[in-house]
Design a protein around this ligand. Structure first.
Ligand SMILES: C[S@@+](CC[C@H](N)C(=O)[O-])C[C@H]1O[C@@H](n2cnc3c(N)ncnc32)[C@H](O)[C@@H]1O
Length: 409
């Protein structure tokens, strides 16, 4: 029978990365045999302020969990490394992943992720206090008023998704403004709904970051605006957090905004939020789009793409991807540096993409414009946002379509 030992240099690397380097997150080994699957994992935890390791073993659908001190964890790791037979090991650390597959013939197939700089929660474990923006201050009165927490201050199970979305959004806002020299910020939350993000962003930036903040939430629904105003009153911030009832296209805001936010504003409301942010000359635009129907209807391109467009679900996903691609590209044409990121896990919501844009260069850069035109011409569509911003976009697109090489002033 072939030897199926783990190569010694890999075993040594795993020992080092688990016990001697910082940033160990999890090691999992999966053995698939005739008798079923046996999965064992080890991860660091903090229990009553003590560093421990937690082992989890699953066999025949039954899971056992056991906590170990350092010696116990070392012994457990040696048992894992000493396992024989075909199996897979997956090591996750802050600096990247290592994946090892031992084949039936005893060959070790090794792959590694690129180098990463993951954030590690300083207090990992089953009793950890996860450090979230909304735990960086006493957010209980806010969370109770918003209805995210119950009367005892515990996050309601039904509101966990929204709580996570708001926390992740705040994290991204925090990173976006990290280098901002002035500590003032005027923010508009487009399609604010029941003002979860609107009020959270105000309290977080004011209390934790010491910013002088004004926020305006806009929504076309009278009842949600009435609720949002009542909450701002109850929290005694109605002079700094203002709500406007109206459509995004037609509403005026009571200050010159620096930042536009939108969290799941439906369909073209995300485009409208971006358009208003551009017209208001905002430096920052942070938008997590929602459902997207507009492009879906107009995708008709022929050629090999017909095969994709024939299937409803593929057509829908492609339209979603293209809508965000066009948005990002239009922002680039207009001088924004753009990142497209996942802001919450795809398990939590399929609407988990966020466009983060910061105005940074002269609009109409040739590379951005020609890439945009190529994309648009390939798909034979005019995105809603281009039509909405026709005057501004026309200035840059016409110029290059006429074949003139220099930036229009
Ligand atoms: C899915 S909800 C999200 C609400 C909130 N941002 C949140 O994450 O809880 C979308 C909100 O956008 C508002 N909305 C959609 N289109 C709008 C428009 N054109 N003008 C103003 N509000 C709009 C809706 O009334 C709704 O309250």
């Amino acid at each position: 029978m072939a030897r199926t030992d783990l190569p010694e240099n890999i075993a040594e690397e795993i020992r080092n990365r688990v016990f001697n380097e910082s940033g160990f997150m999890k090691l999992t080994q999966v053995v698939r045999g005739r008798g079923g699957t046996f999965r064992v994992s080890l991860r660091p935890v903090v229990i009553k302020d003590e560093n421990k390791y937690q082992g989890e073993m699953t066999e025949d659908g039954r899971t056992q969990v056991k906590n170990f001190d350092l010696d116990g964890a070392r012994a457990g790791l040696e048992e894992m490394l000493g396992q024989t037979g075909p199996r897979e090991l997956h090591l996750i650390t802050a600096s990247g992943d290592l994946h090892v597959r031992i084949t039936k013939k005893g060959k070790a197939l090794i792959s590694r992720s690129g180098r990463m700089a993951r954030k590690v929660d300083a207090r990992q474990g089953h009793d950890r206090v996860k450090r979230q923006p909304l735990t960086a201050f006493d957010a209980v009165p806010l969370l109770k008023t918003l209805g995210i927490a119950d009367a005892d201050g515990n996050i309601r199970a039904s509101m966990r998704g929204k709580y996570d979305q708001v926390n992740e959004f705040l994290r991204i806002i925090d990173a976006t403004i990290a280098a901002k020299p002035e500590k003032t910020l005027n923010i508009v939350d487009c399609g604010c709904g029941r003002a979860y993000l609107t009020l959270a962003v105000y309290f977080y930036l004011t209390v934790v970051r010491g910013f002088d903040v004004k926020v305006c939430g806009i929504d076309k629904q009278a009842d949600v605006i009435a609720t949002a105003r009542a909450m701002a009153d109850a929290l005694d911030v109605s002079d700094r957090v203002i709500f406007v009832e109206g459509t995004l296209a037609d509403s005026d805001v009571p200050f010159d905004p620096d930042m536009v936010l939108s969290l799941h504003a439906c369909d073209t409301a995300t485009d409208e939020a971006l358009a208003r942010g551009i017209e208001w000359k905002c430096r920052y635009l942070l938008c997590a789009p929602c459902c997207q129907h507009e492009l879906h209807k107009s995708l008709k391109v022929g050629g090999p793409m017909r095969a994709v467009l024939r299937h409803g679900i593929l057509r829908e996903r492609l339209a979603d991807l293209l809508t965000d691609t066009f948005r990002a590209q239009i922002l680039r044409v207009l001088g924004f540096r753009v990142q497209v990121m996942e802001f919450v896990s795809a398990d939590a919501t399929t609407r988990n993409i966020l466009l983060r844009a910061e105005f940074s260069v002269k609009p109409g850069q040739q590379a951005a414009v020609s890439e945009y035109l190529e994309l648009r011409d390939f798909w034979e569509v005019t995105p809603w946002l281009e039509t909405r911003l026709a005057d501004l976009m026309g200035k840059y697109l016409d110029h290059y379509q006429r074949g003139e090489a220099r930036n229009p002033s």
